[in-house]
Structure formats: C-alpha cells, structure tokens
Design a protein around this ligand. Structure first.
Ligand code: SF4
Length: 169
C-alpha cells in the first residue's frame, strides 16, 4: 500500500478529532474530485511498519483522544485493501473502543469478498463515488448526496443496511 499522508489532528473527517490516513491511488477518477493528487498509484510513499507504529503510538498523543479515519485515494482498491485491513486489525486489537471511519468510492452492495473484511473493523463507512451534479458542501462527512454514511455495527446487528443516525454523533 502507498499513502499520501498522515495527519495527526483532523477535525473535518469524523465526529471529534481523528488521526487521518490518506491512501495513495484511486481508480475512480470522479469528475470534480477535490483530491486529485491522490489518484496516481506511484506517487506518495510506501506505507511502512514505522507508519503503523506511529499511528498506534501517537493516536492519543498529548492526551488528545482521537479516532482513526482512512481516506483516499481509494482505501479499498486492490492495491490498498490488504494494507488497510492490516492497519485496521492492528488498531482495533490495541484500541477496541476507538472508532474507525473509512471512505470508499465503491458501494457496499458491490464489495468483493476482501473488501467485505473491512466490516469487521470499520465503525462508520462512507461509500459511493463523488458525483459532481449531487455536490453539496453542507453535507456531513460527504461531498455529494449519493454518498451514504453507514453505521457498520448496526448494519450487522440488524442484518440490513443501517445509515448512521447523525443525532448520535
Ligand atoms: S473516489 Fe474520492 S479520491 Fe477517488 S476520484 Fe472519487 S472523489 Fe477523488
């Protein structure tokens, strides 16, 4: 997996403060994408064990409680999914109470078997490509109205897709 960057303190991609990891490489090329520097699969840097240790060791740096957000690029494409799963597994083993947010341009109904593994770890998953004609800058955690904020834990419990209730944020 390649990554674009890690940001220690992010208040735009979660409810509260998150440490955010942008993966590198995106196959979707959505029209109007605000993050084109993450498209190229050879840019950015290789994700290393040091990066993983940095996340694990610094998630509560300076006594600030953070959750983890993973964005892209496309975290769940073939090139990145295994690395993302490794990050999520290690993170949840260490911090089971902390939330993991994931953004993907794929839609849940079309996930392949490996992508479905992310359900074991993610708490909130925002799915769907950015659609410029549905762009709405007032939306929470999303750029366009076709994208959905999925409550992964409730989806499992109810055995049907449950959208996150923004009243609970
Ligand atoms: S999925 Fe995200 S990063 Fe990829 S092209 Fe669409 S908006 Fe850009």
């Amino acid at each position: 997996m390649r990554i674009n960057r890690i940001k220690d303190n992010d208040i735009a991609n979660g409810f509260g403060i998150t440490m955010s990891l942008w993966t590198q490489g995106c196959p979707h090329h959505c029209k109007g994408c605000f993050n084109k520097e993450t498209w190229n699969f050879t840019d950015g840097e290789e994700f290393t064990e040091e990066n993983l240790n940095y996340i694990i060791d610094n998630i509560d740096k300076h006594n600030v409680k953070r959750d983890l957000s993973i964005l892209g690029g496309e975290p769940l494409c073939d090139e990145n999914i295994e690395g993302v799963l490794q990050v999520c597994q290690t993170f949840k083993e260490k911090y089971p109470q902390k939330k993991i947010y994931i953004w993907t341009g794929y839609t849940v109904e079309n996930f392949n078997e490996l992508q479905k593994e992310i359900f074991k770890y993610a708490d909130i998953l925002v799915d769907g490509k950015f659609e410029e004609d549905k762009k709405n800058i007032t939306l929470t955690l999303r750029g366009s109205s076709n994208q959905r904020i999925i409550d992964v834990k409730e989806t499992f419990k109810e055995n049907k897709l449950v959208l996150f209730d923004l009243k609970n944020k």
